[in-house]
Each structure stands twice: as C-alpha cells, then as structure tokens.
Design a protein around this ligand. Structure first.
Ligand SMILES: Nc1ncnc2c1ncn2[C@@H]1O[C@H](COP(=O)(O)OP(=O)(O)O)[C@@H](O)[C@H]1O
Ligand SMILES: CC(C)(COP(=O)(O)O)[C@@H](O)C(=O)NCCC(=O)O
Length: 311
C-alpha cells in the first residue's frame, strides 16, 4: 500500500524555514527556554518555526473558508476555534511540543489567542478509578471520561463563549475538585493527551461515543520515538522529579523523593513496564496513522523526520 505521508528529512524540513516570514526575537527565545531548559534553540528555529508556519497556513485557509461560507449563507456567525490535537506516549514530549506551539502560534496576527488543554483533566477522579479497579490503568482509554471530553470539544466547536474543563493535579495525583480551566473563544485551541486520536469502544464493543475526539480536530500531530528512547526519557524525568515535585510535602509521591538513583531507576522502570509501555503498544501507537503530521524524534529529542499526510 502506498504511504499517505510525504516524508521530510530533518534537512529538508529545515529548508522550509525560508518560507516562514516570522523570525524569533531573543526575548521570545528566552521565553521558550523558560518552558524547558533542555530545549535546543536550533531545534525551535529548524523544526518548530516551519511547523508554526504550516499551521498558520491551515488556520488562515480555514478562516477564509468560514468567511466564504458565511457570505454564501448571508449571515454572520462568529468564527469558531481552530483545534489542534497532539498525541503520543507518556514522556515523549507532548506537553513540551504543545507549549512551544502555543507560544509560536500566538505570535501570528490572525490568531493571537491560543489556549491549551490537556486531557488529564478528563481522567476519572481517583475515587471512581479505585471503585473500578483502574488505579494502575491511568492513561488507558477506560480511565478517561471520554463522553465528557467529547462534549467539551463539541461546546468549543459550537462557539459557546465560555467552556469549562476539569483540572488534574500531578502533584496530588487526582482531579482537583471545584477547579476549572475556562476556555473563552480562543482563535486556536491545542488539545494535548495520549488518548486524543483514539476511537474507544464500550463493553459491548460498540463505539463509546457517536463522534470521536478527533472529529473536532482541524489538524493533528503525533509525537513519535522508539520505545527505548521514550522509556529513558520517562526514567530521566522521574529522577528529576525527586528534586522538584516529589519533594513537595503535598506530593502524592513524596515517598519517592528520598530514593537513590538506583532505586529511582527501578521504580520508574517498573511503572514503565507495567503501565506506560503497555499503554503505548496497545492503545497509543495504533493511533499514529490517524495523525495529519508525525514528528519522529531521535536521541536528545531531536526531530529526525517529519511526515505530513497528503490531504
Ligand atoms: N524538545 C525537547 N527537547 C528537550 N527535552 C525535551 C523536549 N521535549 C520534552 N523533553 C523532556 O522530555 C521529558 C518528557 O517531556 P514532556 O513534555 O513532559 O512529555 P509528555 O507530555 O509527553 O509526558 C521531560 O523531561 C522534558 O523536559
Ligand atoms: C496523567 C497521564 C495519564 C497522562 O495524561 P494525558 O494528559 O496525556 O491525558 C500520565 O502522565 C500518568 O500519570 N500516567 C500514570 C502512570 C505514571 O505515573 O506514569
């Protein structure tokens, strides 16, 4: 079967930077560096700037299509947000990618307001996960309230002026009761989470929802890497969290703060082997081919290939 994707090597993709009219100031670079001190600025210039241009062209074309439709219909409905989904394994770099794109996309004059929502807010609270025996299945399709996520996206895409998303705390390891992220008519909404390209089934093997999360996307990105690299990034992040989040007295994982390097590697390896690795192979990787664009990472999170689906 012929591939529906056009593949760009790193060099070819970098070459497309020439068609990106915006450059990036030192101040903005410093702001991006604040998102992730390990992020290479060459990577921003070579990979993420051309990507922001591609997305800008897509948003512009969609805005024009709206305009044309409304001229045809003779009414003036307000425009609705352009929605971008970002999928991929735990620890592959979805949140970092999402935050880079949020910053870069907000610099374009025709779409300055870019909001970001992560799907962890749509996990069931621990109370329900415990009842259902799913505490070791966080991130698996059945751990999410997918109907609620679909209804949230449906409201955003219908132009509802204020839509509330529930909030998850990695520190407390649970949904925060009575805390909401309010999405107020952004130009672009980025929805990031490992489940965003999934098409879950109910216990009778029927579609769980009439429409899927990805039906609301105008564009989708899958962040990809070999599992051995992702596993390493997961373990590295876990070790780093000992000095940061885990040492907070409010942390659900405060017992991990005092682990030695060897112990931390063992704990993170077993969480990977028992939860995140299984989820990647069973539920996440099979959705890769549904993405419009695939970012393929190698060592040190450097993008090696970009695959763009022909329309
Ligand atoms: N582009 C990047 N360059 C360098 N490090 C990165 C990059 N993207 C992610 N990382 C690092 O990899 C780890 C996982 O990234 P994160 O964005 O938290 O992943 P996810 O949201 O997929 O779980 C973090 O330690 C992060 O600092
Ligand atoms: C919260 C997550 C399920 C990811 O959520 P997402 O925003 O991708 O929906 C994941 O980061 C997680 O906590 N997994 C549980 C196993 C672990 O501690 O790695």
């Amino acid at each position: 079967m012929a591939s529906p994707y056009v593949t760009f090597s790193r060099e070819q993709w970098r070459g497309l930077r020439a068609s990106t009219p915006l450059t990036i100031s030192d101040e903005e670079l410093a702001c991006l560096q604040g998102l992730n001190e390990k992020l290479s600025l060459t990577e921003v210039a070579d990979i993420y700037l051309p990507l922001s241009r591609l997305l800008n062209l897509h948003v512009g074309a969609t805005q024009e299509l709206y305009q044309a439709t409304h001229t045809f219909l003779g009414n003036l409905e307000k425009k609705v947000p352009f929605i971008i989904g970002i999928a991929g394994s735990v620890a592959v770099g979805k949140s970092t990618t999402a935050r880079i794109l949020q910053t870069l996309l907000s610099r374009w004059p025709n779409h300055p307001k870019v909001d970001l929502v992560t799907t962890d807010g749509f996990l069931y609270p621990n109370r329900i996960l415990e009842e259902r025996g799913l505490m070791k299945r966080k991130g698996f399709p059945e751990s999410y309230n997918t109907r609620r996520l679909v209804s949230f996206l449906s409201d955003v895409k219908s132009g509802v002026s204020e839509v509330a998303a529930p909030v998850y705390s990695h520190l407390v390891y649970d949904i925060v009761p009575d805390e909401w992220q309010i999405v107020r008519e952004p130009d672009i909404l980025i929805v990031e989470g490992l489940n965003v390209l999934q098409t879950p089934l109910d216990e009778n093997q029927r579609r769980l929802t009439e429409v899927f999360v990805s039906d609301f996307f105008d564009f989708s990105i899958y962040v990809d890497a070999q599992e051995d690299l992702i596993k390493k990034w997961y373990i590295d992040r876990f070790k780093l969290l000992r000095q940061t989040a885990f040492s907070d007295p409010a942390s659900y994982f405060k017992r991990y703060a005092s682990l030695s390097d060897t112990e931390a590697t063992q704990v993170a390896t077993s969480i990977w082997n028992e939860i995140n690795g299984i989820n990647l192979r069973k539920n996440i990787l099979p959705t890769r081919g549904r993405a419009r664009l695939i970012l393929e990472k190698g060592e040190d999170h450097m993008i090696q290939k970009v695959k763009l689906r022909r329309l």
